[in-house]
Design a protein around this ligand. Structure first.
Ligand SMILES: CC(C)c1onc(-c2c(Cl)cccc2Cl)c1COc1ccc2c(ccn2Cc2cccc(C(=O)O)c2)c1
Length: 218
């Protein structure tokens, strides 16, 4: 955290970083990336398992963001539903740009490319991954950017938007001006993702109950 950061802000950043680093995908799930078969079906199933896992990781992380649990319960749900896809794009982008065990990122990229997603969505998706990688974010920035994405008040169905802004700490934007620019790119991926989901559903792909709930499908 920057030198002119107050003690209270430093504590907040530490709390968010700790929560972020505590919740990762279990290694056995991440390891499956390397071992399971390579058919489009197999890739879709593996990615579905990873997405389901990521939603669970995301909920745990969010519950540990100081102040989140003091928000109106319906707003908590609305924030999670509204930010899940963006937070998972961020998370997968950070995995691509981090030094995860050799081979994971290439295999993950390959499986995403061969999971039934049409090329028109793959291009912006991997452009985003490259642009996030180019920012060389440190863990604090990754954790804070994810927390900001989740706490973004202008999600559909969020009622109490003013309360959320106090959680924002107006001091951050000067550090995250560039990073916040990525949030707009994330929004566009949200729209692409809605199309991706419906094209999978057209070809009768099944999601897990948790994904159906958080993405309002089926
Ligand atoms: C339902 C499923 C097919 C799906 O629908 N949209 C997306 C989809 C796609 Cl294809 C791209 C981006 C976002 C989504 Cl929801 C997905 C797959 O979601 C994923 C896949 C992988 C993800 C994630 C999130 C992270 N990772 C990578 C990862 C790998 C190893 C370790 C860790 C870790 O955290 O330690 C993370 C989500």
């Amino acid at each position: 955290p920057p030198p002119n950061c107050s003690r209270e802000q430093r504590a907040l950043i530490q709390a968010i970083l700790k929560a972020y680093e505590r919740h990762q995908i279990p290694h056995d799930v991440a390891k499956k990336l390397l071992h399971d078969q390579y058919s489009v079906e197999e890739n879709f199933l593996l990615l579905t398992e990873m997405a389901t896992n990521q939603v669970q990781v995301l909920v745990e992380f969010t519950k540990n963001i100081p102040g989140f649990l003091s928000l109106d319960h319906e707003d908590q749900i609305a924030l999670l539903k509204g930010s899940a896809v963006e937070a998972m794009f961020l998370r997968s982008a950070q995995v691509f740009s981090s030094k995860t065990p050799a081979g994971h990122t290439e295999v993950l990229e390959d499986r995403i490319r061969k999971s039934g997603i049409s090329e028109e969505f793959i291009i912006p998706m991997f452009n985003f991954y490259k642009s996030i990688g180019g920012l060389h974010m440190n863990p604090e920035e990754q954790a804070l950017l994810t927390a900001i994405t989740i706490l973004t008040p202008d999600r559909p169905y969020v009622k109490d938007q003013s309360k959320l802004c106090t959680l924002h700490h107006p001091h951050e934007p000067q550090y995250f001006a560039r990073l916040l620019g990525r949030l707009t790119e994330l929004r566009s991926l949200n729209h692409y993702h809605t199309e991706i989901i419906s094209s999978w559903r057209v070809s009768d792909h099944k999601f897990t109950p948790l994904l159906c709930e958080i993405w309002d499908v089926q």
